[in-house]
Design a protein around this ligand. Structure first.
Ligand SMILES: C[S@@+](CC[C@H](N)C(=O)[O-])C[C@H]1O[C@@H](n2cnc3c(N)ncnc32)[C@H](O)[C@@H]1O
Length: 123
């Protein structure tokens, strides 16, 4: 599927992902995974922000998504969580960051969306 089609698909699904976030049906594994995030965090494909409620208050998140509808839900979620975050509306594959820009990279339920899944920032 090309990016335009994927973006349209995710834009349409934003309300569903928001409902899933509110229901906390995936709380068990999200809590376990996200509590290990430290320092400066890059979250790729942030969606409706389902992970925000599980970050510790001392992280700083840079959250990327190419769906505007998802990002607007994530912006609501971050206010509720009190976590410090900034948002980037972009295809993650067209971004680059300096080496060592992040202490932690988080990607949950996103790998199926990337053309190139070989993420070379993870060591
Ligand atoms: C299945 S949702 C998962 C959302 C969230 N990570 C979660 O755990 O609920 C996938 C998200 O990744 C985003 N996404 C997929 N491919 C992307 C890409 N190449 N660049 C930026 N965002 C992308 C989609 O817009 C969507 O919000």
């Amino acid at each position: 599927m090309n990016n335009e089609k994927l973006i349209q698909k995710f834009d349409k699904q934003a309300k569903v992902y928001e409902m899933r976030r509110r229901k906390q049906s995936e709380k068990k594994w999200r809590e376990k995974l996200i509590r290990s995030a430290r320092g400066t965090v890059l979250e790729v494909g942030v969606g409706a922000g389902a992970n925000f409620q599980f970050y510790s208050q001392d992280v700083e998140v840079t959250a990327v998504d190419f769906s505007k509808e998802m990002l607007s839900k994530a912006e609501e979620a971050v206010v509720e969580s009190g976590v410090r975050a900034k948002f980037i509306h972009s295809d993650i594959e067209s971004l680059s960051f300096p080496d060592d820009a992040f202490d932690t990279v988080v990607s949950t339920l996103t790998l199926c969306g990337y053309q190139d899944q070989g993420i070379d920032v993870i060591q």
